[in-house]
Write a new protein. Structure first.
Length: 80
């Protein structure tokens, strides 16, 4: 029920994290920055993966729009 938001909407940013406090702090910083930069054009969702452990290196950011684009993966960076 937000015509202005629907008109402005361009994508959905998903931040998938482990339940570690440090990951939550960074996810909040990302959410605040995207809100300031893009307003209602980008909706940010943080998904806390409760089953993830620190050693799993879970921290992913992807943009869902027409396509789904993985923007960052700590796990991929760690493995490579």
């Amino acid at each position: 029920d937000d015509p202005e938001g629907q008109e402005a909407f361009r994508g959905h940013l998903v931040v998938a994290i482990s339940p570690e406090e440090s990951d939550m702090v960074v996810a909040e910083q990302i959410t605040e920055r995207i809100g300031k930069e893009f307003g209602k054009a980008v909706f940010v969702e943080t998904r806390v993966l409760g089953h993830a452990r620190v050693e799993d290196n879970v921290f992913e950011v992807w943009l869902e729009s027409y396509d789904v684009d993985l923007l960052h993966s700590r796990r991929q960076a760690f493995i490579n």
